[in-house]
Design a binder for this molecule. Structure first.
Ligand code: UT7
Length: 337
């Protein structure tokens, strides 16, 4: 069986920057609290007329150009998102139409912040089994649209962005070495968007009760994340048949610097081996890992032959990890900020 690898990377970062100082005007919080508890200094916010598919489109155009692949060559588009344009049609189908990807199947994967990591695992299955040769895998989020800007527990944490990769076949031993997916639905209520589905259809009452906004039990999610990340990393490493010391760079979901530091400590790995950009973007959910990967590659922190372990966690509860031997440094060198 063949493996799969990433041959192109793209990202889209909205222009508008929202600083912690700006949040101080909206809710009872402070720059000091946000930085010391989360590491976040600013986040990006999409324009009112930008939906998740718009961010996905920009990231995809860059990833396709980077891979040297035309839209007509795409066999499959998988979009990971917790903020789809609407319940249906899938954001992937909206993207397929805009890209003119006439030969592509298209569907969304819904695993909250873990959506892109799950989507990459599905893409690997298609490519490695020979069912697809070219898959576009996008993580895109406009969390700002489902945030209650009066709720300090959540409004300070999240941001908007999109990351895209093109996945193609490669020989075994190169590209993706392993994947591991996990879930614990009993923790579902810890991060949820209660209304707008079939359980609680949208109504005046749901809006009055503010059930159309993201709700979160931060402390429970924190405990879960600190437990889950080291285990998920160890599982990806074990399945790849390598040692943790062989890993050159960890790319964790960018939710909170304290969560990343705690994971590094538990794994007895130096903090420098963990890529961090949470200070600039906050938690961008499904976009977080592909955007971080993009920036790690573009800034030269990932080189040909390096082993990178990516790990994500989020609502569901869900988690996913993967190990990749970096095979195909991208040709373009648009520098990351
Ligand atoms: O992708 C997954 C998505 N979610 C996450 O990753 C979230 C994971 N959880 C976390 O990152 C952290 O739990 C938070 C950053 C959400 C909260 O940090 P914490 O250290 O767990 O704080 P806490 O919830 O224990 O609250 C400590 C205090 C409380 O005040 P009292 O009860 O001690 O007086 C809160 O009311 O901080 C207060 N607080 C705030 N103060 C200023 C909570 N949010 C804020 C805020 N500004 N924004």
């Amino acid at each position: 069986m063949r493996s799969s690898t990433i041959t192109g990377l793209g990202r889209y970062i909205p222009r508008r920057i929202m600083t912690n100082a700006e949040l101080e005007q909206l809710v009872d919080t402070s720059d000091e609290w946000i930085v010391s508890r989360t590491g976040i200094r600013e986040r990006r916010i999409a324009e009112p007329d930008q939906a998740s598919s718009d961010l996905a489109y920009e990231a995809s155009i860059e990833a396709l150009a980077d891979a040297g692949v035309s839209a007509e060559e795409i066999d499959l588009i998988i979009v990971g998102t917790a903020t789809p344009d609407m319940l249906f049609p899938a954001t992937a189908c909206i993207l397929q139409d805009r890209l003119g990807a006439k030969q592509a199947g298209a569907f969304d994967v819904s695993a909250a912040c873990t959506s892109w990591a799950y989507a990459a695992a599905v893409a690997h299955g298609y490519v490695s089994s020979g069912q697809a040769d070219t898959v576009l895998v996008v993580g895109t989020e406009t969390l700002s649209k489902i945030i209650n800007w009066k709720d300090r527990n959540t409004s300070v944490l999240f941001g908007d962005s999109a990351g895209a990769v093109v996945m193609k076949p490669c020989e075994p031993g190169k590209g993706f070495l392993s994947f591991h997916l996990g879930s614990d639905g009993s923790g579902g209520p810890f991060i949820a968007l209660p209304a707008g589905g079939s359980r609680l259809p949208a109504s005046y009452e749901t809006v009055e009760r503010e059930q159309h906004y993201l709700t979160m039990n931060g402390r429970e999610v924190y405990k879960f994340a600190v437990r889950c990340i080291p285990r998920a990393i160890e599982e990806a490493v074990k399945r790849a048949g390598i040692d943790i010391e062989d890993v050159d760079l960890f790319i964790p979901h960018q939710a909170n610097i304290r969560i990343i530091d705690a994971a590094a400590e538990r794994l007895r790995q130096p903090k420098e081996k963990f890529f961090v950009n949470v200070e600039r973007y906050g938690n961008t959910s499904a976009a977080s890992v592909p955007v971080a990967l993009y920036e790690a590659v573009r800034s030269g922190q990932v080189k040909e032959g390096d082993v990178v372990v990516m790990v994500a966690f989020g609502g569901g509860l869900t988690w996913a990890s993967s190990a990749i031997r970096w095979t195909m440094p991208t040709q373009n060198s648009t520098s990351a900020r």
